[in-house]
Design a protein around this ligand. Structure first.
Ligand SMILES: [Zn+2]
Length: 97
C-alpha cells in the first residue's frame, strides 16, 4: 500500500516535502499542497494546526534545503521525530530530488 502511494507521488510531484534551491528566495522552488497528508497520521494538514520542519540533507543539489509539514499536535504528541525525518529523507532519495 505504502509502496504504491510513493510510486504515484513520485510521478505527479510528491505531497510530503518541498525545497528551496537558494536560501535567499522568498518562495520554495517546489511546495507540496497546503492540505497534504500529515506523515504522522495521514490526515490533511491545515493552517490552524501545522508545523514546518527543515531537513538537513546533503543531496544531489548542494544548496538545496528541504522542508516538510506535519500537524503541530501530532508532532507534540510523538517524540519519534527522527523516524519521520528518515521517512521523508528516504522519499527524497528515492525520487532523486
Ligand atoms: Zn497528523
Amino acid at each position: 500500500m505504502r509502496e504504491k502511494q510513493l510510486e504515484s507521488s513520485s510521478q505527479t510531484g510528491n505531497l510530503f516535502y518541498g525545497w528551496f534551491d537558494d536560501r535567499g528566495q522568498p518562495r520554495p522552488t517546489y511546495e507540496p499542497p497546503r492540505d497534504a497528508p500529515c506523515p504522522y497520521c495521514g490526515k490533511p494538514v491545515h493552517a490552524e494546526n501545522v508545523r514546518t520542519h527543515s531537513l538537513m540533507y546533503q543531496g544531489v543539489y548542494a544548496a538545496r534545503s528541504y522542508f516538510y509539514r506535519t500537524h503541530r499536535t501530532c508532532d507534540d504528541a510523538d517524540q519519534s521525530r527522527t523516524a519521520i525525518d528518515a521517512f521523508i529523507l528516504d522519499m527524497i532519495e528515492r525520487n532523486g530530488d
